[in-house]
Design a protein around this ligand. Structure first.
Ligand code: HEM
Length: 420
């Protein structure tokens, strides 16, 4: 991607910026550190009845009025989360259909078994390790370096606006083979879609526009298939099962919140952790074999997505607490990743702590389908920053970055200076 084609950076941060609006409604700038509250929840037991509005940091203006409010429980310990996430029969994903279905369509996220398993099999090949190796060299590295080219001589940058925010969305656009000139519009529609809880009508409109846009592309790719993800999905098959057009559109829409939103936040959070621990930054700069564990620690310490949800499909009991049929369970990934029974001094960012799996990508049948892509993107971003921005440090003249937000967490900006 030529540097002059670096798209849409100018589009965010304007008065009419749906990204800002979305971030605010998700609690950005308001909720700095929810982890002490999570520790309190864990002290009260792994499974606790909860007030979901408070937990999700949704303000009253957020358009959640269409949700019925059943009994709600939060689950906060590592063990309790694993018990829930591994049992997709008792803890159904169908609840997503109610508030995401109208916008995304019927996606893998809301499917239960056996439908989920069959559908996931069809998709898995598209995200194979072979695909990942090709995507790294053909797509991710060129995109990351193009964004870096645009500011590498300036000696200062906001690593969110200029790097971590645009990269994952551009990567998805490139994986889909979208024409470069469509990128600004695609990104805007993506943010409007993700921001549906802020503006319901606008979210629905964006969903329809994306569907129509994808429909034109799908027709083209059927006539003249390439190696892009739309062509791959149009031909994907497992045991005779193929995706319908509507299933393809729904999956493509899901890629925006599931793939771009999360990865931008996880990369930003990782940079905050490292920039606030210069000795660890130096260590990983001089020994790149530390990159994988650095990424895992970033994901553990500040997972971009704090909570997911499940619906209880039959009366059951967990850790001595009765969970009635149809209760909603808020599955607190952030809290589980700070469970002191598993990680010593869990609030500390420490790339040298003993490595063991965390729950940032969830667990069980719905384990993130894009986790290899996310990890690869984070590694490419981190390596490129370490290679190309010598003397990288937080900008001493700017406000230090703060990771804020509930449900989704990230810093609004990461202002840095570096040597040129
Ligand atoms: C750091 C980045 C990411 C994080 C933290 C993350 C996290 C998650 C989590 C927690 C789930 C489970 C949701 C649930 O069961 O309720 C999930 C599912 C999913 N993710 Fe990711 N994700 C990331 C990146 C990606 C990327 C890059 C893609 C694809 C481009 C992706 C695609 C998906 C899909 C399709 C699912 C649904 C899987 C299923 O239901 O079987 N994710 N992700």
């Amino acid at each position: 991607m030529p540097p002059e084609a670096v798209p849409w950076v100018a589009d965010v941060g304007t008065d009419d910026d749906p990204f800002e609006e979305f971030n605010r409604a998700m609690g950005a700038g308001r909720i700095e550190n929810p982890y002490p509250d999570f520790a309190e929840l864990r002290r009260n037991g792994g499974v606790v009845r909860a007030d979901v509005r408070r937990l999700m940091g949704l303000d009253d203006a957020a358009a959640v009025g269409h949700l019925d409010m059943p009994e709600i429980f939060t689950v906060s310990t590592y063990e309790a989360l694993c018990a829930i996430l591994r049992d997709g029969t008792t803890f159904s994903s169908r609840g997503y259909a109610e508030f995401m279905g109208p916008v995304l369509g019927h996606t893998i996220l809301e499917m239960d078994e056996p439908e989920h398993h069959a559908y996931r099999k069809v998709l898995t090949n598209a995200f194979s390790r072979k695909a990942m190796a090709r995507w790294e060299t053909d797509v991710v590295a060129p995109v990351v370096h193009a964004y870096l080219d645009a500011f590498v001589d300036a000696g200062r940058a906001d690593l969110v606006r200029q790097l971590t925010l645009p990269v994952p969305m551009t990567v998805i656009a490139d994986l889909l083979g979208l024409p470069r000139e469509d990128l600004t519009r695609f990104h805007r529609l993506g943010i409007e879609l993700i921001g549906v809880s802020v503006n319901w009508e606008r979210g629905l409109a964006a969903s329809q526009k994306l569907r129509d846009y994808f429909a034109t592309l799908l027709e083209e790719r059927r006539r003249d298939p390439g190696s892009d993800l739309i062509s791959v999905l149009s031909m994907a098959e497992h045991d005779g099962l193929r995706l319908t057009d509507e299933e393809i559109f729904s999956f493509l829409r899901l890629l925006l919140p599931a793939g771009a939103e999360t990865t931008y936040r996880s990369s930003s959070n990782l940079l905050v952790g490292l920039l606030n621990a210069p000795d660890q930054l130096d260590a990983v700069r001089s020994d790149r074999s530390l990159v994988p564990q650095t990424i895992e620690e970033g994901l553990r310490w500040e997972p971009p997505l704090l909570t997911i949800m499940r619906t209880v499909s039959r009366d059951t009991e967990l850790e001595g607490v009765h969970l009635p049929k149809d209760a909603v369970v808020v599955v607190n990934l952030g809290s589980a990743n700070h469970d002191e029974s598993r990680w010593e001094d869990p609030e500390r960012f420490d790339i040298f702590r003993p490595q063991q799996p965390n729950l940032a990508f969830a667990y069980g049948p719905h384990l993130c389908l894009g986790m290899h892509l996310a990890r690869m993107e984070m590694a490419v971003i981190l390596n490129a920053v370490l290679d190309r921005l010598p003397g990288l440090r937080l900008d001493p003249d700017a406000r230090p970055p703060a990771i804020t937000g509930m449900t989704f967490r990230a810093p609004a900006g990461v202002p840095v200076v570096f040597d040129t």
